[in-house]
Write a protein that binds this ligand. Structure first.
Ligand code: GDP
Ligand code: IMO
Ligand code: MG
Length: 447
């Protein structure tokens, strides 16, 4: 039995969907606990591509239960479209469960998200425009609508009438937008409620029962460490807690039930949306990474900004999440490069800086200090065991593992399930905490 958190170690889109799908073969339950339809997780199985926003990436396994937990925010319209996608492909959604205490993204949340971005002008955050910030803001302000409210039509009508009239004042007076028609919204959402009703459960109780039965639970992260509301690159962050600790809060489990935390990181870095990005590449190499890596947002289709691997961020992700091991994805994207740079520290005001500055202005001034490594200039997409990898690729991975003092358990070399090297058992293999006498991670992996 093992309960495992899979977390994004960078700015999102690290390949969490692929890794979750891969590990789900030994999971009984997969839980999403943070974020909403801002997430876009891609799974490629037998040539078919699935894009998931809310449904956990374990859904392709018929016996795996998938839970959308309390800490998520649910846009019913998008969720129902996702359900249809799977039903039309004859993938069963019988094992999907939705938390009754998750908050609901309403039409006014989407409108307010987009309106506030427009109002911010050049100071915009570059959100996905999916209403995520306003939904979490209402949750904190205690004016949110929860799934449990949707399940109670009478109470819902009263609550929504009040809330929509209140939001209409903001839409009209602050943003000069047309007001929403409360009756039409209520009717639409009552219809969604009936379609979602069969899936709604007390999710933390369901997870607790699974824990009691010693089932294997996988907590699928959304977004990434640097997008965390408390520990990310504020204000250029999302409005939830994508870090490992957030998985416990969002699922409603105590930290003592977690056996392992796996961090997913690309072999380089990407970021979508605004905000400082020290290793960003604006020239030819950045374009090459974007094109080879097909770096377009799963949710918004925006071009992702690309840059070299940032070890300062990597070490930060290890610390903030307590990572036990890493899954390094998209190594194949580097295949053509003659040389590859890795940021080992920053230079800030003439001094070396080994830690992520909390101040966004300081972070924007950080200049990366690079170590340059040779590329391998050959395809790795068909490698299936470590010995298949070119020596220079192994050296690159060893460098990353040492930089982050964390063993690499999984290497991904393509979008499909089989384009993967399992270096060590990611769930039961060596943990980062087990260091040898020299303080090095216990891993003979690349030696
Ligand atoms: P997530 O949000 O962390 O689940 O990541 P996304 O699905 O948004 O973005 C990752 C993209 O990279 C998807 O299109 C995946 O199919 C793809 N992908 C995942 N792993 C690999 C890999 O090792 N190599 C390549 N070339 N593509 C990958
Ligand atoms: P997955 O789960 C990458 C980014 C947005 C924006 C910031 C705030 O696929 O890794 P929001 O709409 O959340 O208020 O936007 O966060 N962002 C993501 N970037 N992957 C994601 O999810 C993201 N979810 C939000 O681009 O910069
Ligand atoms: Mg994504």
């Amino acid at each position: 039995m093992a309960n495992v958190i899979v977390i994004g170690a960078q700015w999102g889109d690290e390949g969490k969907g692929k890794i979750t799908d891969l590990l789900s073969r030994s999971a009984d339950v997969v839980v999403r606990s943070q974020g909403g339809v801002n997430a876009g997780h891609t799974i490629v199985v037998q040539g078919k591509t699935f894009k998931l926003h809310l449904i956990p990436s374990g859904i392709l396994y018929p016996n795996t239960e998938c839970i959308i937990g309390s800490g998520t925010v649910i846009d019913p319209k998008v969720l129902l479209q996702e359900l249809e996608q799977f039903q039309s492909l004859e993938v069963s959604t019988e094992n999907l469960f939705i938390s009754q205490t998750a908050h609901v993204t309403m039409p006014y949340h989407r409108l307010l998200d987009m309106a506030s971005e427009t109002r911010r002008g050049k100071h915009k955050l570059g959100t996905t425009g999916r209403g995520i910030g306003p939904t979490y803001a209402d949750k904190s302000e205690r004016t949110g609508i929860r799934i449990i409210d949707l399940m109670n039509p009478n109470g819902l009508q009263e609550k929504l009438e009040w809330t929509i009239n209140y939001k209409n004042v903001i839409l009209e007076k602050l943003y000069n937008l047309s007001p929403l028609n409360p009756e039409a919204v209520i009717e639409e959402y009552l219809e969604y409620a009936e379609q979602l009703r069969p899936y709604v459960v007390d999710s933390s109780l369901k997870i607790a029962e699974a824990i009691q039965k010693r089932k294997n639970i996988l907590f699928e992260g959304a977004q990434g460490t640097l997008l965390d509301l408390d520990h990310g690159t504020y204000p250029y962050v999302t409005s939830s807690n994508p870090i490992a600790g957030g998985a416990c809060v969002g699922a409603g489990v105590g930290p003592t039930v977690i056996d392992r935390v796996i961090g997913v990181a690309k072999a380089y870095t990407t970021r979508v949306g605004e905000g400082p990005f020290p290793t960003e590449l604006h020239g030819k190499v950045g374009k090459l990474l974007g094109n080879r890596g097909a770096e377009f947002g799963t949710t918004t289709g925006r071009r992702r900004r690309c840059g070299w691997f940032d070890g300062v961020i990597g070490r930060y992700a290890v610390r903030i999440n307590g990572l036990d091991c890493l899954a390094i994805t998209k190594l194949d994207v580097l295949d053509e490069l003659e040389e590859i740079k890795v940021c080992i520290a920053y230079e800030l005001n003439g001094k070396t800086c080994n830690h992520l500055p909390s101040n966004a202005k300081e972070f924007a001034q950080c200049k990366p200090i690079y170590e340059t490594l040779p590329g391998w200039q050959q395809s790795t997409t068909n490698c299936r065991v470590l010995d298949d990898l070119p020596q220079t690729a192994l050296s690159y991975l060893k460098f990353l593992a040492e930089l982050m003092e964390t063993p690499i358990a999984i290497i991904s070399l393509g979008a499909s399930r089989d384009q993967t090297i399992i270096v060590e058992d990611p769930i039961h293999g060596p943990k980062r905490a087990l260091l040898n006498v020299n303080g090095e991670p216990v891993s003979s992996t690349f030696d």
